[in-house]
Every structure is written in C-alpha cells, then in structure tokens.
Design a protein around this ligand. Structure first.
Ligand code: AMP
Length: 299
C-alpha cells in the first residue's frame, strides 16, 4: 500500500563544528519520503521554486517517489539554515526564507486522495489539516510537528490533534505542550488531546511509543560518528510509515518493528550531510542494520 507524505521541500544550508554545506536537498517531506521509499510506493506533496535544482528532482525520481503532488511555482524554494553546537543535540536556526512556501496551498491530485497511510510531516498545522480534509477515509494518519507551531499556532495544532491516529513529537515539545516533566502524566495529557498512538522522540536515545497495547521502548542505532543529524526525526517517522504501509496484519501487529526500521533509516541519515548518505543506502543495508540492532537489544 502507498503512503502519502506532505511537508516541506527545502534547500538546507547546514553548519556543523566540522563543515559547512550550502543548499542541500532538505525539508521534512524530502527526508520522510526518501526514508519511506525503502519499503514501498510513496506519493509526495510539497512546493518548490524555479531555483530548485534538477539533480534534486532526479534524486526523488531515483527513489521512485511520485511527484504528481509536487507544485513548482514562480519564486524561490524555501531556504532553511541551521548551525549545530559541538553537542549535536543542540541546534539553532540561523535563517528561514519562506519563498514559495509562504503561499503554499497543498492540493492533492485525485490519485492521492485514497492513500491508506498518511504522514503529515512538519509544516504549519493548518496546512496539515487542509490535506486531511481532501482525503477519503485514510486508514492511519500520523502527524509530526516542531516547537515553532507550539509557539505560534497552538489552536490549529489542538484542532488537528483531534483528527489524528498518531502524533510524533520530541521530548522537549512534549514537555512544552503538556507542561509536564514526567513521561506518564505527559502521555496521559497527549492521549486526551486525541491520538491513540503517541511517539516521543529522544534523539540519540531512541523513542517511546504509547498505544492501546502499552509502551514500547525503541532503541537508536549507536553511531560511531554523527556527521549531520538534520532530518533524522523526519527519516524516523517516514521509515516507520513506509514500513507500516508495506506490512500485512495491521498497525498494532507491526508498529514496533516499523519504529525499529525508522530508527535505522534515521541512523543512516545522520551519517552524511542532508540526504547524501541516505540516497546511497540499499534496502539490504537497512535490513542488515536492523539485524544488528535486534542483536544489540536482545536479553
Ligand atoms: P529535523 O532535523 O527532523 O528537525 O528536520 C529538519 C528539516 O526541517 C530541515 O530539512 C528543514 O528544511 C525543515 N524545516 C526547518 N524549519 C521548518 C519549518 N518552519 N517548516 C517546515 N520545515 C522546516
């Protein structure tokens, strides 16, 4: 089954303590779509401007991503720039140039509206909801978010949450949204806002799922060297949704394994700038790393 992914399609200029790389292919939808493409068909909705390089379109095509929903408008592609500290868990945004993203109105081609799995990757919650209103009875809808929307679009986010099956956020966002420092009271509040499945990402410490089946602790793959963690969260949720869409037996049967696959794809993402490493990875390498992670966490 296919997964529909909507989010940002961006040019990312990234600075780490060791190197600097301008105008890489980035954006929440780009990272999530490439991650999901290891497992099955992906339909992507986004917007790019006239400056969007052809080689990035070719990268999407290499991963067989359906681009019928990718709008090409006059103007500049969304440009985001971020800088990492020595501790790469800490990042600050240097620049956000919205370009064509400012007037983005995601419109689904007819062939997209019956996708059973929907990932609303990080964009404004009002746009995420606008996509949902165009869908015909999706089976499983998950959204990701970021601190910016908690700060400037909380009412929209609360409205969206009521329509979701799953919600993915990182631990600092969970604290901000619920005003709870501890996991259990935070999870209780998050479920009350709507989603049955809540996943809290903890960066290099993995992630936690809370669902009707209880808790699951998903490990992160231990990396010897992190080059650039940009897009790791998007790769995690994209990989998870791609795996779920390709699996038989329903969400409850597969979601734990799907998270482990997402975690492994995210680990590859961190090993290169932007999508440079993920672009070169094969499904066999993903499967091999899942085996390693399984062995590392078996007791
Ligand atoms: P992550 O590292 O998972 O937080 O994702 C980083 C990606 O988010 C980058 O590729 C950026 O292009 C994208 N991004 C940054 N700011 C925004 C924003 N305001 N809306 C949507 N996407 C964004």
């Amino acid at each position: 089954m296919s997964v529909l992914i909507v989010g940002s399609t961006a040019l990312d200029s990234i600075k780490t303590p060791k190197a600097e790389n301008p105008r890489l292919l980035g954006g929440s939808a780009s990272h999530a779509a490439v991650a999901a493409s290891f497992f099955g068909p992906v339909k992507m909705v986004g917007v790019v401007g006239e400056d969007f390089p052809k080689r990035y379109v070719q990268l999407y095509e290499r991963h067989s991503i359906d681009l019928e929903g990718l709008q090409r408008l006059q103007g500049k592609t969304f440009h985001w720039s971020g800088e990492y500290e020595l501790n790469m868990n800490n990042r600050r945004t240097l620049l956000t140039e919205l370009g064509v993203f400012e007037t983005f109105n995601p419109q689904l081609p007819a062939s997209y509206t019956s996708s059973p799995f929907v990932l609303l990757a990080n964009i404004a919650p009002s746009l995420q909801e606008h996509v949902l209103t165009q869908m015909r009875k999706p089976q499983f809808v998950v959204a990701d978010t970021m601190d910016l929307w908690l700060n400037i679009a909380m009412a929209d986010l609360l409205k969206l949450l009521k329509r979701l099956d799953g919600f993915v956020l990182n631990d600092s966002e969970a604290k901000q949204l619920t005003s709870e420092d501890d996991l259990f009271p935070a999870l209780k509040k998050l479920h009350k806002l709507g989603p049955k499945y809540v996943i809290i990402k903890q960066g290099s410490h993995g992630s936690i799922l809370s669902s009707p089946q209880g808790l699951f602790i998903c490990p992160a793959y231990p990396l010897k060297k992190v080059v650039d963690p940009t897009g790791a969260g998007d790769s995690f949720v994209g990989g998870m949704m791609g795996y779920l869409a390709s699996s038989k037996g329903g969400v409850d049967k597969n979601i734990r394994r799907a998270m482990v696959y997402g975690s492994v794809v995210a680990s590859f993402c961190c090993e290169g700038f932007g999508l440079q490493r993920t672009d070169k990875v094969t499904r066999a390498q993903v499967d091999e790393r899942v085996k390693e992670l399984t062995a590392l966490t078996k007791f």
